[in-house]
Design a binder for this molecule. Sequence first.
Ligand SMILES: CC(C)(COP(=O)(O)OP(=O)(O)OC[C@H]1O[C@@H](n2cnc3c(N)ncnc32)[C@H](O)[C@@H]1OP(=O)(O)O)[C@@H](O)C(=O)NCCC(=O)NCCS
Length: 158
Amino acid sequence: MTERLRGEIHRPRGGEPDGRWLAALWRLERRCYPPGLAYSPEMLAGWLSDSATLTLGLWSGDLLIAAQISELGTGHLITLDVDPRFQRRGLGRRLLRITLHLLRRWGGHRRTLCEIGAKNQASLALHRAEGFSIIGLLPGYYPNGEDALLLTRPLGRV
Ligand SMILES: CC(C)(COP(=O)(O)OP(=O)(O)OC[C@H]1O[C@@H](n2cnc3c(N)ncnc32)[C@H](O)[C@@H]1OP(=O)(O)O)[C@@H](O)C(=O)NCCC(=O)NCCS
């Protein structure tokens, strides 16, 4: 596939969530996670109306094909989604690197944290390759009872 992708950074100003981003993120979440594990529209709307949240998106026309939500206020990574049709082309890595750069530059953070499913080999491989270390186990973290691993990475050299 040779689609031309467009990158956007969304920073809410407070108030109502942006309807275009909300619909696109909800669609992408459902493409990336099995039922019950995708974030709900209510949770996505909460992040999209929170001015301390940063969302990066890669769009192909009107379709959001990859996104990362993070908290500029805390330096915490919330989610990273790449549409299955576009996986394994370096898009997840690209979004992660930009997010880390912005958490450092705009948020002033020296360290970031994220939770990853203990069985999520793709995400664990990506984050470990990008300098994250596992620092803890969160038993039963997900709604389906699966464990998560807690990972961290310094933001000194992003
Ligand atoms: C995890 C995810 C975001 C990776 O995105 P991606 O765009 O496919 O990843 P990239 O192409 O940037 O891969 C970068 C590196 O990550 C690792 N990686 C990515 N997918 C992998 C897989 N399926 N198996 C093993 N390693 C993988 C590899 O080291 C890869 O480098 P390489 O291609 O040079 O070998 C994507 O698989 C996804 O959206 N999964 C569903 C949602 C999810 O689990 N999100 C993470 C929540 S914490």
